[in-house]
Design a binder for this molecule. Structure first.
Ligand SMILES: [Zn+2]
Ligand SMILES: [Zn+2]
Ligand SMILES: [Zn+2]
Length: 366
């Protein structure tokens, strides 16, 4: 993510470079024109070279723009549809939480356990935990125990407190064989829409805090970084505008989402939760980009491998992701998913599943 920070300046910087190039180009053309010692052939050659350099420059610029565009495509924006209402006081803002996306999210409380010794499997750890610990003594509720990769286990408890108790018990009583951890959740992200490209990027965080009174109550000089951090920008439809993505603390996210906007210089910019889901536009799987894809290419309409959606003439739809999920079902009691939809459809059950996983791994402070 860090490398994407450059995008906030890319257009201004490219413009600046083009201007500098043009200045030099004019100078070179002048020299070619006025130099009497140069032969006509060398003048033509130099002009040709100059033209070639200019074309390379344009090519580079197009590549940058394309890359920025594809970044924009792969990141799904989850927009908050609420309209901007009158300004609210700090107290009013804290009282409510009107974000639909996150409201329906169920919070899971989990710990992970991994073996310390090679050769120990998930089943071995499970057995060890079940023989050496007793949830009745600990007075905790266990919802689920699941095997995970690298011979690990994930244990879901009723509450965060139960997780702490179980983690400590495992790390004291069976610390020779395994280690329990409470996974660190990611910080929430917010998107600020349609911010003019000419704003003062250097001081943007400090300026936002100054101009948005409610943030002052939480953020001070020492905790700025934990509360509000610029991550990257995306192109907006209007070439003079950009969308900015910030990482926030759960408290600051709540303030911003509930007030619905941020004041930035002379603008009032709409804000929403930003949920990034990485999707491949070659195989349409999740968690990797097209440039890293090693799978077969699929049609997003019908899942076929011999054409893409632009040349698809099938009169039925089939979702490659839901189809793959169904093929992995071993338990006859699990009902297969409906696959009769385009895999880019937002109501695809696999997409919903992936989105929920992202939400679960994010700390919304709920
Ligand atoms: Zn792929
Ligand atoms: Zn097709
Ligand atoms: Zn699907």
């Amino acid at each position: 993510m860090e490398s994407q920070q450059i995008f906030i300046n890319i257009n201004t910087k490219t413009k600046c470079l083009i201007n500098r190039f043009n200045e030099r180009k004019t100078k070179i053309i002048d020299i070619i024109k006025t130099n009497k010692n140069m032969t006509k052939t060398s003048k033509t050659d130099l002009n040709k070279l100059l033209e070639e350099i200019e074309n390379l420059f344009k090519e580079q610029n197009n590549l940058l723009l394309e890359e920025n565009k594809s970044k924009q495509r792969i990141i799904e924006l989850q927009t908050n549809t609420q309209t901007i209402t009158k300004s609210k006081s700090f107290a009013e803002i804290l009282k409510q939480d009107n974000n639909n996306v996150i409201k329906n999210k169920k919070t899971s409380h989990v710990i992970t356990v991994y073996p310390k010794n090679e050769g120990m499997t998930s089943e071995d750890i499970k057995k060890e935990i079940k023989t050496k610990l007793n949830p009745i003594d600990l007075k905790i509720g266990i919802n689920k125990i699941k095997n995970i990769s690298r011979n690990g286990l994930i244990i879901e408890c009723d509450s965060q407190n139960d997780c702490e108790l179980l983690k400590n018990e495992i790390n004291t009583k069976i610390s020779d064989d395994c280690e329990a951890k409470i996974p660190i959740k990611k910080k929430p992200k917010i998107i600020v829409y349609n911010v003019p490209k000419l704003i003062d990027n250097e001081n943007i965080i400090n300026n936002i805090i100054k101009q948005n009174n409610s943030l002052n109550q939480i953020i001070n000089e020492e905790n700025i970084d934990q509360n509000l951090k610029f991550k990257f920008s995306l192109n907006a439809k209007n070439p003079n505008l950009q969308h900015l993505i910030f990482e926030t603390s759960p408290e600051v996210r709540k303030l911003i989402i509930n007030s619905n906007y941020l004041n930035i210089e002379w603008n009032r910019c709409k804000c929403a939760d930003f949920i990034s889901i990485i999707r491949c536009y070659n195989c349409f799987g999740f968690g990797h980009f097209k440039r890293d894809c090693t799978a077969e290419s699929h049609c997003s309409h019908c899942a076929s491998t011999d054409h893409n959606h632009q040349s698809c003439n099938k009169n039925y739809k089939k979702c490659i992701n839901c189809e793959k999920f169904n093929s992995k079902i071993k338990n006859p009691n699990i009902k297969p998913l409906n696959t009769n939809h385009d895999c880019l459809n937002k109501s695809c059950p696999t997409y919903e599943f992936v989105k929920n996983k992202v939400l679960e791994k994010t700390d919304y402070g709920l």
